[in-house]
Design a protein around this ligand. Structure first.
Ligand code: F6P
Length: 321
């Protein structure tokens, strides 16, 4: 293999730059040229290609986001769009692809690889931690820490005013992120897309917690489980004697300098992805189990749903007494 391409796609995640850096330097060290593809799959289609060398990835290990840019490009579902992308790779002498992204990116990577029997390896990178085949995705740890820091600050005002706060966090389809934040913040309740919420039951739980002497509560709500604003309005009706407030954390959860854990994970993943490509092993996703790096067929990744750790929902309830 003489040249590979690297792209980042889907929602950005802290650590994407770190994975790019590791992939570039591993490839160069193996005598493999590297083409950076800007703006994800759209860049593949529009041939937004740049030459990368070791200096291209200097000074980025501590930078969130992705210098290759990313974009959501649903057009990549069109086989004709993928065909043009393939032609662009071939005409540029690119023989393999490292795709850095989340669940949507995994599907694109799988279809592209199988359409053309083209070597593709996925580095799982998303704050959602929603990909089968790895204990962690790049960016999850950093985003959880960012959210925990924000919720801790909100808890200060919640306890000072004896208020109930509903905090909406990211997670459009999966609750992994919300559950992890809820356990780490000692939230009384976590609401996730996978479990339909009983809002009357939430009011009952708050009443029971008050009877145990709790004067403030934190509810962590994944955006896929509903709107914090709507739940706040509902609870104000049900519990007129309580002060109910809400906050939507939003996009701060996607930025920030990657934590050491994210940096080490992204470096291991980015480097391993290139080694797999060079060994002709594809289409795979690199992942981690415990401390062991492994790789999973992309077909398995895209056809297997990763359920959140619902045992931690029980743990949250146990801690909320
Ligand atoms: O997939 C990561 C994610 O941050 C989700 O948690 C969130 O719902 C979504 O991306 C937001 O998408 P966008 O950046 O396109 O608004």
């Amino acid at each position: 293999m003489k040249r590979i391409g690297i792209l980042t796609t889907g929602g950005d995640a802290p650590g994407m730059n770190v994975a790019i850096r590791a992939a570039v330097r591993t490839a160069l060290g193996m005598g493999i040229g590297v083409t950076g593809i800007e703006k994800g799959y759209r860049g593949l289609h529009e041939k937004l290609f740049i030459e990368l060398d070791s200096r291209s990835v200097s000074g980025i290990i501590n930078k969130g986001g992705t210098f290759l840019k990313t974009i959501r490009f649903p057009e990549f579902k069109d086989p004709g769009v993928r065909k043009k992308a393939y032609a662009n790779l071939r005409s540029s002498g690119i023989e393999g692809l490292v795709v850095i992204g989340g669940d949507g990116s995994a599907k694109g990577a799988y279809y592209f690889s199988t359409d053309f029997d083209f070597p593709v390896v996925l580095v799982p990178a998303s704050i959602d931690n929603d990909l089968y085949g790895s204990d962690f995705t790049v960016g999850f740890d950093t985003a959880v820490n960012t959210a925990v820091e924000a919720v801790d600050k909100i808890r200060d005002t919640a306890t000072s005013h004896e208020r109930t706060f509903i905090i909406e966090v990211m997670g459009r389809e999966k609750g992994n992120f919300a559950i992890e934040v809820a356990v780490a913040c000692g939230a009384e309740i976590a609401l996730v897309p996978e479990i339909p919420a009983d809002w009357n039951g939430i009011a009952e739980s708050l009443r029971a917690q008050e009877a145990m002497g709790k004067t403030s509560s934190i509810i962590i709500m994944a955006e896929g489980a509903g709107k914090a604003e709507s739940l706040a309005a509902f609870l104000r009706e049900k519990l007129p004697e309580r002060e109910i407030r809400y906050s939507v954390l939003g996009y701060i959860q996607r930025g920030g300098s990657p934590t050491y854990f994210t940096r080490v994970l992204a470096t291991r993943f980015g480097s391993e992805a290139v080694r797999l490509l060079a060994a002709g092993k594809y289409p795979f996703m690199v992942g981690i189990k415990g401390d062991e790096i492994l790789y999973t067929p992309l077909k398995r990744v895209v056809t297997t749903s990763r359920l959140p750790n619902l045992g931690n929902i029980e743990l949250i309830n146990r801690m909320a007494i």
